[in-house]
Design a protein around this ligand. Structure first.
Ligand code: GNR
Ligand code: NI
Length: 169
């Protein structure tokens, strides 16, 4: 097990489009384990491989309060989406920034689990939001991209300031 480094916005590597996984081998399962450990330690409710600079289509999530319901999606595909919902989102790659984003309200997603078995999942609420947020990462997108240019500039300034402060302390 290992903790992985999480890329920080606006790191250009977050713009990489991840490639589909074709073989799920021991190294892939090791990566999934390390991603879970990194997500739980952060702590976060989801993590995309893109955020740990691995550009393959792998997502881990756990929305349970007890942190005992790990969910791994490999090569996820949204096969149905309906409705619109606004939710306040955050991101481990954009620390301490929370902004409202519009997403589909209900989705059906098809993916492989860590054993390579295909499954479909119907999701709404925060789970649906999180899946869409993570698939965005795999496509090189960050939730900040949905904000107005002015808000995006403010987010960048706030993150710069926080990093300057952290460097001094
Ligand atoms: O931990 C996270 N919380 C969160 C809250 C609202 C909407 C999306 C998320 S995902 C985020 C973890 C993360 O950055 N995943 O990419
Ligand atoms: Ni994120």
């Amino acid at each position: 097990m290992a903790l992985l480094e999480i890329l920080q916005y606006p790191d250009k590597r977050l713009r990489t489009v991840a490639e589909a996984v074709d073989v799920i081998d021991d190294a892939t399962r090791q990566l999934v384990d390390d991603m879970f450990e990194t997500m739980y330690a952060a702590p976060g409710i989801g993590l995309a491989a893109t955020q740990v600079n691995v550009h393959r289509r792998i997502i881990v999530m756990d929305l349970s309060a007890e942190k005992n319901q790990p969910l791994c999606l490999i090569n996820p595909e949204i096969i149905k989406a309906e409705g619109v919902e606004q939710t306040e989102e955050g991101c481990l790659s954009v620390p301490d920034i929370f902004e409202t984003v519009e997403r589909a309200e209900r989705i059906v997603v098809k993916a492989l689990d860590a054993q390579g078995k295909e499954f479909t999942l119907e999701a709404d609420g925060l789970l649906a939001v999180c899946i869409q947020h993570e698939i965005d990462h795999l496509d090189g997108n960050v939730f900040v991209d949905y904000l107005s240019p002015l808000k995006q500039m403010r987010v960048k300034k706030k993150l710069q300031k926080a990093r300057r402060q952290a460097a001094i302390l």
